[in-house]
Design a protein around this ligand. Structure first.
Ligand SMILES: NC(=O)c1ccc[n+]([C@@H]2O[C@H](COP(=O)([O-])OP(=O)(O)OC[C@H]3O[C@@H](n4cnc5c(N)ncnc54)[C@H](O)[C@@H]3O)[C@@H](O)[C@H]2O)c1
Length: 440
């Protein structure tokens, strides 16, 4: 059993902290956001993530997981300190690592004995060296530490499962002692033969960016193929299926849609491009993927405009789905953001519904009207737009939807509805990468 502290109790810190406590370790999750910690101490979760509530409750009850706003004391109590603070996009596309640097200083100032300091946040290559230098500068003389880079690969919406059953664990460590400590932290997974890759620190940092950018590339690629399918009258779903059967390609991340969003792909692709430019090694493929993605989001707005004969002003539009993917309340850079921004700018009235993300989106767009069901959001609207592939939209009763709407017009950016059923119900519709809807 190890004593472990997580600094940063967001999507990654909370899920990883709770997950590691479930492995049998004693974990404190700490954060500078006091209201967040107070809510967690009362048993309230700050995020929506399937399975997380039960995981947290079980480990709090067992006395293995606790929450504290006292970052300094929490560091002093730990043998292993994880850094899981945010690294949002900074100036010019590079990652903003100011929170990581601030935390490194606090760790140095509170280093009261040997500890392993481990970064889980996604950080630009070379950040590990920087964190070590900061800790060295502020730590008391004679006290030792080792540094590890342990990037996190969990997906929001499936975070608990991804953390407890990962495809692999990457441990970038120059010290054998630190690697052994990390193997102990992940002992249950190590025993289960989860591949554990021991790499250098820069390699571990690079692996995270290489993975995220590759997945983003796949999405932009299939979106461009989808757009071409529309033009030549092919069906992107059959194309993607046939591609995915090929073992060299894999079917994952070949779903056409309104473009990638979320808290990782957009900022990580930009940060990778920035790193490449800085090193004089332009990452052209990723640059192109970003450009395609921006255009794809815009293309969805144009599709809606076309469905409405070019006029958005004065129209009432239902936006169904706000989060960047189902099963999360995270709306950071979700494609719904661009859609809502353009609609409101062009004078349309937006009525929105998301099963989990109404509250998070209302902080960005307070002027939008939020409803508790798609039926309410769609009432009296000129068009509905499905922006997130929540399961409940797949099984929407089209007759009910049609009766609720002023005019039966739908843009299905996730291709969750059957074109045949839409045609039968008399909808004017469009989607991504399939034959255009028949106009009634
Ligand atoms: N969200 C994901 O799906 C995901 C997956 C893999 C990796 N990552 C990476 O993990 C990191 C964290 O992402 P997230 O989504 O959990 O972010 P988040 O914004 O949900 O959480 C970050 C937390 O850090 C806290 N924080 C900021 N500065 C602090 C400080 N100085 N001291 C203590 N706490 C501080 C914030 O209050 C916040 O609660 C990022 O680098 C991200 O790229 C995220």
């Amino acid at each position: 059993m190890k004593r472990i502290t997580f600094i940063g109790t967001g999507y990654v810190g909370l899920v990883s902290g709770a997950g590691i406590s479930d492995f049998g370790h004693h974990v404190i999750c700490t954060d500078i956001d006091k209201p967040k910690i107070e809510a967690l101490q009362k048993g309230q979760l700050p995020i929506y993530e399937p399975g997380l509530k039960a995981l947290v409750a079980r480990n709090v009850k067992a006395g293995r997981l606790s929450f504290s706003a006292d970052v300094e004391a929490s560091i002093r109590k730990a043998e292993v300190v994880f850094i899981a603070v945010g690294t949002p996009q900074g100036d010019g596309g590079a990652a903003d690592i100011s929170a990581v640097k601030a935390v490194a200083k606090t760790i140095g100032e509170n280093l009261d004995g040997y500890k392993v300091v481990c970064t889980k946040s996604t950080v630009p290559i070379g950040t590990g060296r920087l964190v070590c230098d900061i800790i060295e500068k502020y730590k008391p003389e004679g006290v030792d530490f080792d540094y590890v880079s342990n990037p996190e690969f969990l997906r929001e919406g499936a975070a608990v499962m991804d953390f407890t059953r990962p495809d692999r664990i990457v441990i970038g460590a120059d010290s054998e002692r630190a690697f052994e400590v990390m193997r102990d932290v992940y002992r249950p997974l190590y025993i289960n033969e989860t591949p554990m890759l021991h790499t250098g620190i820069s390699t571990a940092e690079m692996i995270k960016y290489a993975c995220n950018a590759f997945l983003a590339l796949k999405i932009s690629y299939i979106n461009e193929i989808a757009n071409l399918c529309e033009s030549v009258g092919a069906d992107v779903h059959m194309v993607a299926k046939a591609m995915g059967i090929d073992g060299r390609i894999s079917p994952k991340f070949l779903h056409p849609g309104p473009g990638f969003g979320g808290s990782c792909f957009p900022k990580d692709t930009r940060a990778l491009v920035k790193m490449g430019d800085r090193e004089g090694i332009p990452i052209r493929t990723v640059k192109a993927a970003i450009e395609t993605n921006n255009e794809q989001k815009h293309r969805m707005v144009l599709k809606l405009k076309t469905l409405l004969d070019g006029e958005l002003k004065g129209k009432q539009i239902a936006i169904l789905g706000l989060s960047f993917k189902p099963l999360t309340d995270d709306v950071r850079e979700s494609p719904a953001n661009e859609m809502i921004a353009v609609l409101t700018k062009e004078g349309a009235r937006v009525r929105a519904y998301d099963p989990a993300a109404n509250a998070t989106m209302s902080k960005i767009f307070p002027q939008v009207e939020y409803y508790d069901s798609w039926e309410e959001a769609a009432s009296g609207t000129d068009a509905a737009v499905i922006m997130t592939e929540w399961n409940e939209f797949r099984s929407m009763d089209l007759q009910t939807l049609k009766e609720r709407m002023k005019t039966p017009v739908i843009l299905d950016t996730r291709n969750v509805l059957s074109m045949e059923e839409l045609r039968e119900a008399g909808f004017r519709f469009d989607n991504v990468g399939r034959k255009k809807g028949t106009y009634n």
